[in-house]
Design a protein around this ligand. Structure first.
Ligand code: ZN
Length: 246
């Protein structure tokens, strides 16, 4: 009975060690990609942001150009009217009509002055907007170029490791299916928080992870091998290393 429990425990530990080996290979692959995945993500975000800024600037550009057109046509029509009013002014016979015409003429002349000022401001804004648009567009196209370079580098890296990664992931899935959920969760928790080392040997009487000396009670628990034994100091799962018999 005792022997069977020990065998079971040894099997469980062996699976965890195997899982840890696979996980460290997978993280080595991940590391070999370096910053590329982050760079690609960041650049993609920056380009999207840039593009929406450019769209805004282009909207503004057409709004400004429309306003400019409107101002110009207001001036043009006002000038035609002014000419007409001035001709009429020479032909009016009574004061009332004369005063009304003068008012119209004054109104139109003021309008022309206002619209000329408007055109000046609009033209300045159009120039300003164009230069910002030009800078943004250039920077966007530089970023797109850089993104393509980085994407290609990442693609190259991925193709170097894709096959190995796929095999490891399949192995990992098969293995995880054979590990108790509770134990797997424990492993994951420790692996994630303890520098990607969750299962450590305890051969020399100390924890192989944090090197804390293990109390004799821990050592006898380990020898009994009927339960999962964790280091009190670092929580890592302990095992007696199975040495090759030479
Ligand atoms: Zn420890």
């Amino acid at each position: 009975m005792q022997v069977k429990t020990q065998e079971k425990m040894t099997e469980k530990i062996k699976k965890l060690i195997e899982l840890q080996n696979i996980d460290s290979k997978l993280s080595a692959i991940e590391k070999s990609k370096g910053n590329l995945p982050y760079i690609v993500n960041d650049l993609t975000d920056e380009i999207n942001e840039n593009n929406s800024e450019i769209a805004g600037l282009e909207n503004l550009k057409s709004e400004l150009e429309n306003s400019l057109k409107e101002s110009k046509s207001t001036i043009e029509s006002s000038r035609i009217m002014l000419e007409k009013y001035k001709n009429q002014r020479n032909m009016v016979t009574n004061n009332k009509e004369y005063e009304a015409l003068i008012k119209e003429i004054e109104f139109r002349e003021e309008l022309v002055v206002d619209e000329e000022q408007n055109i000046k401001t609009l033209t300045e804004n159009i120039v300003k907007n164009s230069s910002i648009l030009e800078v943004k567009t250039r920077s966007a196209s530089e970023k797109v170029q850089l993104l393509n370079e980085k994407k290609n580098q990442l693609k190259e890296k991925l193709s170097e490791t894709a096959e190995e990664q796929k095999i490891l992931e399949e192995k990992r899935n098969n293995l995880v299916a054979k590990i108790d959920k509770h134990l797997y969760n424990l492993y994951e928790r420790i692996y994630g928080s303890k520098g990607q080392v969750a299962v450590v040997p305890a051969n020399e009487g100390h924890c192989g992870g944090c090197f804390t000396v293990l109390p004799s009670q821990k050592l006898s628990e380990l020898k009994r091998a009927d339960s999962i034994v964790q280091c009190d100091a670092c929580s890592r799962i302990l095992f007696y290393e199975i040495k090759d018999a030479n």
